[in-house]
Structures are given as structure tokens and as C-alpha cells.
Design a protein around this ligand. Sequence first.
Ligand SMILES: Cc1cc2nc3c(=O)[nH]c(=O)nc-3n(C[C@H](O)[C@H](O)[C@H](O)COP(=O)(O)OP(=O)(O)OC[C@H]3O[C@@H](n4cnc5c(N)ncnc54)[C@H](O)[C@@H]3O)c2cc1C
Length: 524
Amino acid sequence: MPRSASTDEHGSAAGSSRFPAGVDVAIVGSGPAGAAYARVLSELAPALRVAVFEVGPLVSDPPGAHVKNIADDERRASAQRASEGPLPLAGGVPSNTMDGYASDQRRLQRPGTFLLEKGWRQEGEDGLPAGAMSSNVGGMGAHWTGACPRPGDSEVIPFVSEMPVLLAEAERLLGVSAEVLADAPFADEVRKRLSGALDHDRAADRQVQPMPLAVRRARDGGLLWSGTDVVFGDVTWGNSRFSLHPQALVTRVLLHEDGGAVRGVRVRDRRTETEHDVTARYVVVAADSLRTPQLLHASDVRPPALGRYLNDQPQVVYAVRMRDLPDGPAARGSVGVTPSSGVTWVPFTDTHPFHGQVMQLDTSPVQLADDDSRPGAIVGLGWFCAKDLQADDRVTFRDDEQDGYGMPAMQIHYRLTEADHAAIKNARADILRAAAALGEPLDDTPPLVFPAGASLHYQGTVRMGATDDGTSVCDPASQVWGVRGLFVAGNGVIPTATACNPTLTSVALAVGGARSIASAEADH
Ligand SMILES: Cc1cc2nc3c(=O)[nH]c(=O)nc-3n(C[C@H](O)[C@H](O)[C@H](O)COP(=O)(O)OP(=O)(O)OC[C@H]3O[C@@H](n4cnc5c(N)ncnc54)[C@H](O)[C@@H]3O)c2cc1C
């Protein structure tokens, strides 16, 4: 285990507290966005003392490592349970398959995540029944699928001109490659069939292609999924001024008296339930799209746009079986498809406004009567839509009720508009067209619409804006308007309606924020 994480286990030099008394940069949350700040600052400003405070426990080694890399089923399941915060899943839920994806359980919960206990729907609204979070070192980034497509057309943030450079940097930090699974059984056949049906009016870079994934091959040929261990990287682990503190809940960002600048964080040690103030010149809140605005609210930082423009990508799924395949692996079980299954990307464009994630499955999501499929021949299609953004879709917080951590309880206000219903209808028709090009349906079930929140891609709640006009929380460098030194990070910062998986974009924005801190320090 890296030295910097183990210092936490043995206490620090701060007397009765295991936390440092003061740092230069306090980062709240150890998911991909928080880790990206630590990494970039370790590279560009190694003189700064940087501490990450994470409410959840260490569940993998190295810290933040993806739980899918844990070979032992029981250890992996226990790492998932330990990430499920105050509401762990009942035992016995499969931890290593796609089972459950194609069920229509109204409150779909994925292993490693926990659902909002209360407040997820208001009377007469749609709500976010599947709204979920993870609490562990690595955040959701220790449980994710690793799909890292670049945004296109209207998904792109128009006022961040350096975005292509930041995205390339995010790909480096996350260890993204489109090659690793490109030669999975029949992956080329999937791409050929989809390309024939969908590529006729697409620009070259938005054609059907292998999905860029945060994964690499281990020496033994197995797959290693990137968790935040990879984002932190050797440079952070080797930085003697960096420390990582699990089971440390930040309950408040501390401000100077006039509220115009940060002065630190208040941290509750979850092992002793004692609270400690840690001074800091910069505070980065990277606590996911629901808990980042929660912490700002708890700190009395409440700009008008806080929690607003909440959006989840409506998701439609379907599955087919490919027939008439060329020569390849002969029988199910001869090749482990789950570890090396192909993932194909159908990019979002303004004329084809769905992000398609096409995954070859190991086992069929529905029971097949004559299951003689060859490995890789069952294909799951997921079409994500861009939400019709509304200021009224929001998470608000109650000062008279607490959540499982004692923080202000969340209330979700969320509605699908007519435009959303139309987009979902179009996505169902479109996924059937793509499916028909691939093969035959598994049964006569129509494409399924997942419950809202199931994308796990919530965005907008601390959105970035070009100007401080009341519709955004932070500036293009991710600094909260009017509060010097307070940065926000994660998918909540993304201001556009995206359909593609957002982590690459939010890590890119985190790189931009971290660079702005490093350059302010250099100028100082
Ligand atoms: C099963 C699954 C599959 C996914 N697949 C993809 C995919 O293929 N591609 C993609 O782009 N995205 C995917 N995602 C979503 C992706 O994981 C998230 O977008 C990403 O992890 C967000 O990073 P983050 O750092 O903003 O937040 P998180 O990873 O959620 O990390 C936030 C951290 O902050 C901590 N925290 C919260 N409040 C506090 C507090 N007050 N004090 C201290 N710590 C706090 C939390 O415990 C958590 O560890 C998937 C997620 C899941 C669960």
C-alpha cells in the first residue's frame, strides 16, 4: 500500500487528531475527480501539501483500485458491501455479472452503490428512483464500467476552449485505450454490422468504433480496470506532502468571515466521531453530484443555481443474438467473454442524439430456451439520451432532517418533460433499428426504459458557466463564483446536456481546475 495512505492508519503529527492541522489544498472525495486534482497538483505543484478526505473506507489495495480487479468472489463482494454506505445491499446479489441490468425493478441498485433512502421522489413528479452513490476510497470509480467516450456536437462545453487538451490529459490519467478489448470475439463483426446501418451520415470521428475504456492488460493477459489508484498514480503515492484519509466526513467548508474565501474544512473522524478543523488555502469539493451541493449547502454557500439543472441520462436497453457468424470461438465457456467482452461505441451526434454503448455479454440477460450461443454472440445495447435541462430539476436540502451521515437530507425534484418522453420514444425505435442490423431479438420483450437515476451519470448540480448570471455555480476553472479558493469537481460541474458517459469530461474539467491552482501558485 502506498506510504501516503498508510500514514492515515497510524495517525498524523496533529496530536489527538489523525488529520493534519493545516494543508494547502483539502480535497473532499477520493473518486476520479478528487484524485485528478491530487495527481495534477502532485505533478505541477509538488511543494503544496495536499490532503484527500474520504467519508468511506478503504476497500481495495492499492487505495481506490477497481473492485473488479479483486479475483476472489467473496473479497470482491465484501468490498462492494463496504462501499454501500448506510444502505448496503442484501447479501446474495450477484457481484460479477450484468444480471439485474435487464430487470425492471423500479429502484435498480448496482453492487457497490447505495440508493437515496428518502426524498427521491416528490408527489406528482418522476423523481430519481435509481439515484445512487458510493462511499469508499475510489468512489464510484472503484465500481464503474470504465467507458470513456469524448463528448461531441452539443455535448461539448462551448466556452472551455482548451477542452481537447484537457480531454487528452484525462485519458492519460484514467489510462484510457480503445485497443484493449477491440479484438474480443466477434467485436469486429458487431462494429461492421452497426457501421453498415448507422455510419452513412457521420463524420469520421463520430462513426461506430471500439469504445475507449479505462482498462489495461495485466502481465498474465487478464484485465486491470482503472480505479482511482491509476488516477492518483505513482507521482501522487510518491509525494511526501500528500495524504489520504479514509472514513473522514467533511461536514463543512470553513470560510473567512466575509464569506469571500475559504480557510479550511471541518472533518468528522468516523472512527471516533470527533470533529477537527483543518486549515486550507484551497478546498476542492469532489463529493459526487448529490453530495457536492449538499456540502456547499451545509457550509452556507448557496448560490441560486446550487443543486439545479440536475440531470440523469434516460436509458433504454435491449439485447439481441447474432446469427450467421464467421468462424470464431465455438462454444460458450471456451472463452471467458465477461473479462474480455467487446464494447462498441455509437457516438452521440446532433442528428443521432443518442449515445450507444453496445456490450457483448457472457450470459443472456433473459432466460433463453435453446441457449447454444457462441461467446460474444449475445449483445446488449444501451442507448442513453440527453435530458431536456430544466432549472426546476434539482436537489434541495433540509435543515430539519439528516441523512444517514448526519448531513442535510436530500429532496429530489425531477420530472421528465414532453421532450424527454419523445426522446425516449425515439431511442426505443432507434435501438430496434440498430438491433435489427445486429441479429434477432432474444424474445418478444420491447426495449426497456430504466428507472430515472439508473445511468449513474447525474450532472448539472454545481454547473460551470461562462459568466456569473445566476444559472451557474462555478467559473470555467471550476472555482465557485465569489468564493476564492473554493473549487467544485465531478459530473455536477458539466453544464451541457450530455448523453455520453461523463467521467472523462469531469476528469478533464478537474485537470483544468487543478492547473489553475498550480498556475496561481506559480504566479504567487
Ligand atoms: C456500476 C457503475 C458503472 C459506471 N460506468 C461508468 C462508465 O462506464 N463511464 C463513466 O463515465 N461513468 C461511469 N459510472 C459513473 C462514474 O463512476 C462516475 O461518473 C465517477 O465515479 C464520478 O467521479 P467523482 O469523483 O465525481 O465522484 P465519485 O466517484 O462518486 O466519488 C465521490 C466521493 O466523495 C465521497 N464523499 C461524498 N461526500 C463526502 C463528504 N462530505 N466528505 C468526504 N467524502 C465525501 C464519496 O464517498 C465518494 O467516494 C459508473 C458508475 C457505476 C457505479
